[in-house]
Design a protein around this ligand. Structure first.
Ligand code: 3HC
Ligand code: NAI
Length: 701
């Protein structure tokens, strides 16, 4: 099948693009469009040209894989668009699915746009660290005004057909196939002698836009790590103040610069990483998965209620059970107040909220879970309790049901055995708040059936989660790596670094929050208890100074924000440096013979926090816990506040050079000493660094 075909009917030439899955603008599509246009130009008997797409969507943008080719050049495609727009006969685009990026720019070069109901349009290039590079920055402001155009381009959000119609981004909404609505609308336009409309020829009254541009610029300047934002504003400024050709040149230059920017490379890496993370081994992809029509949740606490809302929001009937009336009531209250606040903020109508709540059933009797297709336990993090709960679920759930655990640290294989049906058991590690955080670690146990893994991954997509598969180990991918990050944080505190010094160093790198602020917020008691429990289970190294600071803080009742003091002293939510923390850290350090230093640099802090974390990521890879390094990047950017413009820890490691990471790990092993193996380098990391291979060479799936 040809990617782009040309034919004609009823005096209308038709170009159809068919490049599954999303009709991205590949070289073939771009050449095909130019060929189709030439065929139309060669047939003077035709009155108009219609452009439409086959499959599930209109063009969803340029083919992002092309951007890694340094020779990529949008100018030939842009010239095709100019030719399209310059046609003396009508050119119409029929949109369906999503018209995004270069796809919307193609539509903007046409004289009219008709959209199937439900179509969404947008210019999401900013999410890839880019700007619309096929004259979107020039044509869109001329169509809808600089303010609304800036909003669309700077947010990268899609807007629905109604909104697009109200701002004249589309001219009509129709029901029917893209070909049918396109033909009917083009015929209507011809019947009314509608003239060609060329956005490049629209002149803009500049003074109207000054304030929108000023506001956008000052907001963009506050986000220097996303250079695309300022570039978009500059292009719109050119659109309102210069002629089309000058604006086009500004856009072309800026696009080229952004294409090679580190931020865009990182964001493009994550675009594909998020999608690749969903890919499973052959034995799972070849199964058909199981139907999940109702979900049950055991434990109506912080996590259970958040998880329930994930399913309710996706339209899935959910049964929520707790052992105590008080626990259940608190859970129901939390859910109700969340929806009430969404209604108050205008995010939902009262009717929508009511419809969602009608899908919720609650009970104090766990047999209410008997007919659920999937049951997730979210009771307290305690092995004995969870084993007991899993055994009970094994008895009461119907034989086909999947049983999942939301444990953050416990051994999923042990829980699986307790159910008596280990093949049906899987970990679903949601992050708090579960209805907001995108990340879901899906933990495949030793016996998890491939169909169960596939079912849960499909379900994750349905509820809008970014899911990553992890094998069973302490803390799975994310928390296991976070443990070494916290370990070094505490050693640095004992060596004399202040919480603010540590937090500022990693925040300068782009982490949303430094480790001390983060633990103060999550609760030092929660962190300390995890360490203590892990110690009881025999997991800790035989090092008495291991995470000794957090344990001391816990013993002193400094639980963080909730008690008004932790690593910082709190005034409401505002953190202030607290000299008491330095005194405590120094006391702990003395008790463990750790000497105070005055020479801890920002570079040392970031390297000591990040490089062991990367090293742990490599161990996770070589043990087969993660399928691929890019999955680890997804975990850290979606769940741990790692800056997306750095691409994730493994991507950052490759940017800095794996040999450099090895060298610095060796350096710290020498300077800090290595009696407990903290600085032992992953053999995989060493091998890849020596062979100058990338992590991608070690993808397991
Ligand atoms: N280029 C290359 N591949 C793309 C692509 C693109 N623009 N958009 C999607 N794909 C691929 C995905 O990688 C995935 O591949 P896989 O099946 O091998 O994993 C497949 O298409 C399906 O994608 P999704 O899993 O994301 O499918 P959904 O149905 O969930 O979503 C979508 C569809 C909303 C279109 C979503 O894919 C999307 O947002 N795509 C990106 C849109 C975009 O960013 N466009 C702008 C590109 S930059 C540009 O146009 C520059 C121009 O201004 C010059
Ligand atoms: P929580 O303390 O808020 O809630 C636990 C709920 O379980 C309570 O309502 C309690 O009444 C109920 N419960 C206890 N035993 C029960 C039983 N036998 N049957 C039915 N209900 C019972 O706990 P939280 O924070 O929601 O944690 C739950 C699980 O989620 C734990 O495994 C935890 O490790 C995990 N988790 C927690 C995260 C967090 O940030 N809080 C993040 C990710 C996972």
């Amino acid at each position: 099948m040809h990617t782009v075909t040309f034919d004609s009917a009823n005096g209308i030439g038709r170009i159809c693009i068919a490049n599954p899955p999303v009709n991205a603008l590949s070289h073939h599509v771009m050449h095909g469009l130019a060929d189709g246009l030439a065929q139309f130009e060669a047939d003077p008997s035709l009155h108009a040209l219609l452009i439409y797409c086959a499959g599930k969507t209109f063009v969803a943008g340029a083919d992002i894989t092309l951007f890694d080719d340094p020779a990529f050049d949008a100018s030939a495609f842009n010239a095709t668009l100019a030719r399209l727009e310059a046609q003396p006969r009508l050119v119409v685009a029929a949109l369906h699915g999503t018209a995004l990026g270069g796809g919307l720019e193609l539509a903007l070069a046409c004289h009219y746009r008709v959209a199937q109901s439900g179509t969404r349009v947008g210019l999401p290039e900013v999410k890839l660290g880019l700007l619309p590079g096929s004259l979107g920055t020039q044509r869109l402001p001329r169509l809808i005004g600089a303010g609304p155009a800036l909003e669309i381009m700077l947010s990268g959000k899609m807007i629905d057909t109604q909104e697009a119609l109200s701002c004249a981004l589309v001219d009509a909404i129709r029901d029917g196939t893209p070909l049918d609505i396109g033909m009917a609308y083009t015929s209507e336009l011809l019947a009314h002698n509608a003239p060609p409309r060329r956005l490049s020829q629209v002149r803009m009254p500049d003074q109207v836009h000054a304030s929108a541009i000023e506001t956008a610029l000052s907001q963009a300047q506050q986000q220097p790590h996303y250079p695309a934002k300022q570039a978009i504003v500059a292009c719109v400024q050119a659109a309102v103040s210069e002629d089309f050709e000058t604006g086009a040149a500004v856009e072309a230059n800026a696009f080229k610069t952004l294409l090679n920017s580190p931020a865009s490379r990182a964001l493009r890496h994550l675009f594909f990483a998020q999608r690749v993370a969903a890919k499973l081994p052959q034995n799972a992809t070849s199964t058909s998965g199981l139907a999940v029509e109702t979900v049950g949740i055991l434990g109506a606490g912080t996590m259970g209620t958040g998880i329930a809302m994930c399913f309710l929001n996706a339209g899935i009937p959910t049964v929520l059970v707790d052992a105590t009336a008080e626990g259940l009531q608190r859970g129901i209250g939390l859910i109700e107040s969340t929806y009430a606040s969404n209604v108050a903020k205008g995010r939902l109508s009262a009717e929508q909220a009511q419809a969602i709540l009608q899908r919720l059933t609650t009970s104090l009797d766990d047999t209410a879970l008997a007919e659920c297709d999937l049951v997730i336990e979210a009771v307290f993090e305690n092995m004995a309790l969870k084993q007991q709960v899993c055994q009970r679920l094994g008895h009461i759930c119907k034989p086909s049901a999947i049983i999942a655990s939301n444990t953050s640290t416990l051994d999923v294989d042990v829980l699986a055995q307790a159910t008596g049906r280990p093949g049906q058991v899987i970990g679903m590690h949601f992050f708090s708040p579960a209805h907001i955080m995108k990340l879901l670690e899906v933990v495949r146990g030793e016996h998890t059936a491939p169909a169960v893994l596939k079912t849960v991954m499909d379900l994750a997509k349905k509820i809008g989660k970014t899911a990553v598969v992890s094998g069973v180990c302490y803390g799975f991918i994310g928390n296991r790596m976070a443990e070494v990050y916290m370990r070094e944080t505490e050693f640095l505190l004992m060596e004399g670094a202040t919480p603010a010094q540590i937090d500022n160093a990693v925040q300068a790198l782009g982490m949303a929050m430094g480790p001390c602020r983060m633990l103060d917020m999550a609760g030092i008691d929660v962190g300390a208890k995890t360490v203590i429990e892990y110690g009881k289970a025999g997991g800790l190294p035989p090092d008495p100074s291991y995470r000794a600071v957090v344990q001391k803080m816990f013993a002193l009742g400094r639980f963080g924000q909730k008690t008004g003091s932790g690593y910082y002293r709190y005034d409401g939510r505002t953190a202030h440096p607290d000299p008491e923390t330095e005194r405590i850290a120094a006391e702990v350090a003395r008790a463990h013979g750790i000497a105070k230093r005055n020479d801890i640099s920002e570079q040392e802090i970031t390297e000591r926090l990040l490089y062991p974390l990367i090293n742990e990521g490599c161990k996770i890879l070589e043990e087969g816990i993660a399928y691929r390094a890019s999955d680890i990047d997804v975990v850290w950017t979606a769940g741990y506040g790692f800056p997306d413009y750095q691409g994730g820890p493994m991507f950052l490691a490759e940017q800095r050079g794996l040999a450099h990471i090895v060298q610095q790990l060796e350096h710290y092993a020498r300077s800090r000493g290595n009696p407990y193996g903290y600085w032992d380098i992953s053999p995989l990391l060493q091998r890849l660094a020596q062979q100058q291979h990338s992590f991608a060479s070690h993808n397991l799936v």
